[in-house]
Structures are given as C-alpha cells and as structure tokens.
Design a binder for this molecule. Sequence first.
Ligand code: PLP
Length: 224
Amino acid sequence: MASSSTESETIQARWQAIRADCPTAVHLLAVSKGHPAMAVRELAAMGQVDFGESRVQEALPKQQDLADLSGLRWHFIGRLQANKVRAVVRAFPVIHSIDSQALAERTSRIALEENKSPEVFFQVKLRDDPAKGGWEPDGLREVWPELQSLPGLKPIGLMTMAPLGLGPEERQSLFHECRTLADKLALPECSMGMSGDWKQAAKAGATWVRVGSGLFGPRPERLV
Ligand SMILES: *Cc1c(COP(=O)(O)O)cnc(C)c1O
C-alpha cells in the first residue's frame, strides 16, 4: 500500500519536528511496526537509519521489500519468544528486549552458531507490571557477572517501559532509575521513552527513544 503524498509529507514533517526537539545525543528509533514498507522509505529518504519492529513475521517481509535500501539498521523491540530467537538474530543487529537469563543464554548460543554478534539491551522492570517482562534491579545485579560475559552478545544498555497510567513525575523518576542502574553497570545506552513520553526520557538520560505513532500516525491495529 503506497502512502499518499500528503501522508508522506506528514510523516516527514513529524520526523523533522521530533529531530529538531530531540537532543543530538539522543538517537531516534523509528518504530515502524504496523506500518508499510513505503512509510519506512519516506523516513529513510530523510536520512533515518534506525527502525524498530516487534514481530518477526511482520518485519521479515518488510525488510525484503526494502532490501534495495542499503544502510538501514533494524532493531528488534518486541517480546522475544524462544522459537523466534534464530530468526531475530539473523535479521536484527540490535535487540532491545532480552528479558530473562534463559533468553540471554539462548540468544548467546544461537548468535555463536549463526556467526553474529548482536548489540543487546537488557530489559528492566522498575515497577510491578504483570504485562511486562524484565529483571528487577536487584535480580539483574545478581546475575550481571554471568550476563555480561555471555559470548556472542555485545551488551550495550538497558531498556525499560513505563507501565500505563503513571503520572509524569513518576515516569520521570522511573527513567532516572533506569539511567542510574545503567551507569552502575557501566552500560552507555538507555532505551526508554515512546511517543507519549520520549521528551521526559531524553531529559532523564535516554540515549535511544522509541517513537512509533508519533512519527507514522496511529497503527491500524493494537500491536504490542
Ligand atoms: C510499539 C512500541 C513502541 C512505540 O510506541 P508508540 O507509542 O507508538 O511510540 C516503543 N517501544 C516498544 C517496545 C513498542 O512495542
């Protein structure tokens, strides 16, 4: 499905507005899940390199459609199921959603088999949230020596998601906690903040903000 010219102008204008507001030290990850390859093209034409997808079965055909564009960097941001690890390791050089030790070990083993070395973020859960995976800070610190030394993975940062319904101040302190924990572990990157709260996340020390609907418009279906 091709975007109409007004639609693409809108995507490009949103991208420019966010870029203008976003500190240069903060990377903008364009979350294209739920949107067609054509929309990715619109932003790639502006110089956007990093795109995020959360479902393998949606991402692979899109990547194929876009194979003529060199230099796109694909980030996997969705919940990673054990049986999808190989496909993700093959197709994504960056993975934001390693959320358990078993998954980290499996990804490490498969990365070695596939001769890949993905950059990975470990997902942390800083508030109770049954809907989300990830380590609590104490749990992460406990397994850190093992996680850090898994072969085949390049640990670069922490990723977190704020639970729905947090007020702006609570969000701000959650983002600060993530930054502090990353600093303690000597991890440079923090992937946090989405369309609704990326500015707060950037202020609190995010180095990657993950923006979907704020760039591409509303998704046709609710995708997580
Ligand atoms: C969908 C998604 C985003 C982007 O969400 P928007 O609110 O559309 O910006 C960011 N991070 C993750 C993990 C997502 O699944």
